[in-house]
Design a protein around this ligand. Structure first.
Ligand SMILES: [Zn+2]
Length: 499
């Protein structure tokens, strides 16, 4: 459906000639070959919007229209065979494509590379690994330019090794660190890059598996494999794509409809209590529908409930412990359908969610007078992850907005309006300030700049770490299941996901 940047650049007009001049100065800064390392180039996002767009285009190069990926999981070999077909166009001013695909940055996993029908005999000769300046991400940069006008198709085959141990294959996005699904297939790991995803998930062998995931998930009649086709049916951010493949015998599943929303909830047998979590959704989902709006994913919600750790939200799904479940489900509205423009803007997803679900009640007070931070400006627009102050001072910023509007109900109505108007049209921090002004007449653009752009890091501030905050959802099965596989419980706290 879209090329978001085309839709968005036209409307960005600055009434003040000084701001326009400053914008020009910042654009000229951005031509400096070293600009992505210079934080001051985007200290003030609002006059430099065009500059940020140029930076995103230069860093990410392509606009993905659709991703069709077949992932064949071989549990006995702890390996996955991949076949990824990506249709894309070049962003304005770009000719040399780049993709994110971390395994290929670490080693020669690609076995086939075909661009626009031309097969490469030596796949590694088709790309080079580059650092994305201003980011910790690496990318595969193609060795040749492509036609900047037309649509292109890249077809890549590859084989990935999984960690040995319990046989599971799942998405493992960690948005605080900024790692997405580029671990499993070529994509772009940035929130505003929306693409339709179709995953064919196959499991080799006779042991029956269960599959949960984002969007429409259907078992096929394949005789050769256990096979499911997962289709997001619309363009979504790649890092919001969820899939879970686990041995059926080790898991329990409950399916039903809550508030008109199809819900599928699975957990390890002997693990997390599905019925308790289900009861929570029976009150939470109707509340969200009433207060924020219709559930944003027409195929409903898929939950893999873990017995420990935090949670991670995905498009129409979550892998979450019971304690993080309501937080992750609220993210269906802010993070998985209303999407931040860049990772650094995604502080607002966490702040809004933590404010609404009262994740940290101690922070439900207005932001301190004179508060300044670089929560947004301290990170490059192409950097991954977001500032953890989102959970604390971010929540306080939302509470301040709520009190200006007249309280919790009024703020919830504003959030509902933002969601209704801007879901699936990624927006920035300063866009949110603009939506607030349009809605209420209250101009917080100066405050937003002070709260989020004009201050310093806050390393000296000692903040309590919220429960489970730095931990991913723990997908380790109960010991009884591990024993059946002759495995022992690994040490907790491995990296992977986040709440
Ligand atoms: Zn969250």
């Amino acid at each position: 459906m879209m090329q978001l940047w085309n839709r968005r650049t036209g409307g960005r007009v600055f009434s003040c000639s000084a701001a326009a001049l400053l914008g020009l100065l910042l654009i000229s800064c951005s031509r400096d070959p070293e600009f992505p390392a210079r934080v001051e180039a985007w200290d003030n996002d609002y006059p430099a919007y065009a500059d940020e767009q140029a930076l995103l285009d230069e860093a990410f190069r392509i606009d993905i229209a659709a991703l069709d990926v077949t992932l064949t999981y071989h549990p006995q070999d702890a390996a996955v065979d991949g076949l990824a077909r990506m249709r894309f166009r070049m962003r304005p001013g770009q000719r040399r494509p780049r993709i994110h695909f971390d395994p290929a940055c670490r080693g020669p996993v690609i076995t086939g590379w075909r661009l626009d029908g031309r097969e490469r005999e030596v796949p590694e000769a088709a790309y080079r690994v580059v650092d994305v300046a201003g980011s910790t991400q690496q990318a595969l940069e193609f060795v040749e330019d492509v036609d900047p006008a037309g649509e292109h198709e890249l077809v890549v085959t590859y084989r990935l090794a999984l960690a040995p141990g319990y046989p599971r294959f799942t998405s493992q996005v960690h948005d605080l660190k900024g790692s997405g699904n580029e671990e499993w297939f070529p994509t772009l790991n940035t929130p505003h890059e929306l693409a339709r995803h179709r995953l064919t998930l196959r499991v080799a062998g006779a042991v029956p598996y269960r599959c949960l995931g984002s969007g429409k998930v259907e078992r096929t009649g394949s005789a050769a494999w256990q096979e499911w086709v997962l289709d997001t049916e619309r363009e979504v951010a790649s890092y919001t794509l969820m899939f879970v493949l686990l041995p059926e015998a080790d898991t329990l599943l409950r399916e039903g409809v809550i508030a008109g929303i199809p819900v599928r909830m699975a957990a390890f047998a002997g693990g997390a209590a599905i019925d308790l979590a289900w009861a929570e959704l029976e009150s939470w989902l109707p509340q969200l529908v009433a207060e924020i709006g219709p559930f944003p994913m027409p195929r409903g919600l898929s939950v893999f409930l873990t017995s420990g750790g935090g949670g991670m939200e995905y498009f129409g799904g979550t892998i979450s412990s019971a304690s993080a479940l309501s937080h992750e489900v609220f993210h269906m509205y802010f993070a998985c359908s209303a999407v931040a423009r860049t990772y650094r803007d995604s502080w607002l997803d966490e702040a809004i969610t933590s404010w609404y679900d009262r994740t940290y009640p101690d922070y439900l007070v207005p932001i301190a007078a004179g508060y300044r931070s670089n929560m947004v400006s301290g990170r490059s627009p192409v950097a991954v992850g977001f500032d953890v102050r989102a959970y604390y001072q971010g929540t306080q910023i939302i509470e301040t907005m709520a009190r200006l509007l007249g309280g919790r109900g009024a703020m919830t109505a504003f959030l509902s309006d933002v969601h209704r108007r801007h879901a699936f049209a990624p927006f920035s921090t300063m866009d949110l300030a603009g939506y607030f002004r349009q809605y209420s007449g209250i101009d917080l653009s100066r405050e937003f700049r002070e709260w989020l752009y004009d201050g310093q890091g806050d390393a000296a501030a000692v903040l309590p770490v919220p429960c489970g905050f730095e931990y991913p959802p723990d997908l380790t099965p109960p010991e009884e299941i591990l024993r059946r596989y002759g495995l022992e419980r690994p040490r907790p706290g491995r990296a992977g996901g986040e709440r």
